[in-house]
Design a protein around this ligand. Structure first.
Ligand SMILES: NC(=O)C1=CN([C@@H]2O[C@H](COP(=O)(O)OP(=O)(O)OC[C@H]3O[C@@H](n4cnc5c(N)ncnc54)[C@H](O)[C@@H]3O)[C@@H](O)[C@H]2O)C=CC1
Ligand SMILES: N[C@@H](CC=O)C(=O)O
Ligand code: NA
Length: 320
């Protein structure tokens, strides 16, 4: 068994769902995953950590620093990487400025797995360069459509195709809110219910105002076209009153991203319900393909993170 040392940064809904999966499936495909540190806002615990015990402490005491079995370190994100030196850094936090932590890790040859979108959306080119320099893997499946593997589909397949466009529902919270409103719920009530699903961002305006969907569309644009989108337009769902068949739609074509609420026709593959996301991908050789699956929730997201951890552990270098 190849022992792989993992540091987890952030221990909220996704981090705790990941802990459960790692406890149950941490020995798989000749790899034994060991959690050597977990960080939440109260600090970093460092040692040979039992994932289920850590989850229990977080859920009963609210912060990892309350766990007296471990010394708590007040590392900056970069210090965490330099002191702990894991084999793989897993970011399941809502820390928008995690870019320099990733860059430090990748340049040191430490693999990075993340579900946190802004660092990838805003620093894709620099991070891929750092990964190349350090000979490390950068994996971000769960940043777009959670565990539904749209990133792997584009990054590891269709390599002979030219992507022409992607039209997608990428935000589970707004779909959930809009479908609740279709059923007669007020906007405010629907937002409250979305919070109970564990899918809303720590700052729900990121979902409601289309910022989360925009970040995801930027990541899709980088993977599909290998360049930054010059034109980005974003409109959220605050002004939607008649929610019938309305979804927050991201349109991605070379150089251009547009996120806005749109009323869809009956039978549209994008007319999703609940937390389902969907993407219609058009390429020159294949024509049109649709990928649809859950785009939010702790386990749903941890599924994509865990799969990426195994990829990082056996480091399969994606071509883009
Ligand atoms: N919940 C979902 O369905 C999905 C979430 N994601 C992304 O995964 C990440 C985690 O999501 P959730 O677990 O749902 O969020 P959450 O809000 O439940 O947990 C995020 C955790 O990160 C911690 N955190 C934030 N800044 C930190 C810092 N500087 N240092 C240490 N800890 C810090 C917070 O204290 C919190 O415990 C977010 O980036 C989210 O956008 C991606 C796909 C789906
Ligand atoms: N807040 C996000 C969580 C998944 O990325 C969403 O609602 O889609
Ligand atoms: Na995904």
């Amino acid at each position: 068994m190849k022992v792989v040392r993992v540091s987890i940064f952030g221990f909220g809904t996704v981090g705790r769902a990941l802990a459960e999966i790692m406890a149950e499936r941490g020995r798989r495909f000749g790899v034994e995953l060991r959690i050597v540190s977990i960080t939440d806002r109260s600090g970093t615990i460092w040692g040979d950590i039992d994932p289920l015990e850590a989850k229990e402490v977080k859920e009963t005491m609210g912060r990892l620093s309350a766990w007296d079995e471990y010394e708590v370190f007040d590392f900056s994100p970069e210090e965490l990487v330099q002191e702990v030196r894991p084999d793989i850094l897993v970011d399941v936090s809502s820390h928008d400025e995690a870019f320099s932590m990733y860059e430090t890790a990748l340049k040191e040859g430490i693999g990075v797995v993340t579900s946190n979108k802004p660092p990838i959306a805003n620093h894709y080119r620099e991070l891929m360069k750092a990964a190349e320099e350090g000979g490390a893997g950068l994996f971000f499946e769960a940043t777009v459509m959670a565990g539904t593997p749209v990133i792997g589909l584009l990054r590891e397949n269709l390599l002979g195709d030219d992507v022409l466009s992607i039209e997608a529902v990428l935000n589970a919270s707004t779909t959930f809110i809009l479908t609740e409103m279709e059923r007669g719920s007020s906007f405010e009530k629907a937002v409250e219910k979305a919070k109970e699903q564990g899918i809303l961002e720590e700052d729900p305006s990121k979902d409601i105002d289309g910022i989360d969907a925009m970040h995801k569309a930027k990541i899709l644009h980088w993977v599909a076209f290998g360049q930054e989108a010059e034109e980005v337009e974003v409109k959220g769902i605050r002004e939607v009153t008649d929610a019938r068949r309305v979804r927050l739609i991201a349109e991605v074509s070379k150089g251009r991203i547009r996120v806005q609420p749109k009323r869809l026709s009956e039978g549209s593959p994008l007319l999703t319900e609940g937390v389902l996301n969907a993407a219609v991908i058009r390429t020159d050789l294949l024509g049109e393909l649709v990928i649809k699956g859950p785009g939010g929730g702790g386990k749903v997201t941890a599924s994509g993170v865990f799969s990426d951890i195994l990829k990082a552990a056996s480091y399969m270098k994606p071509l883009r």
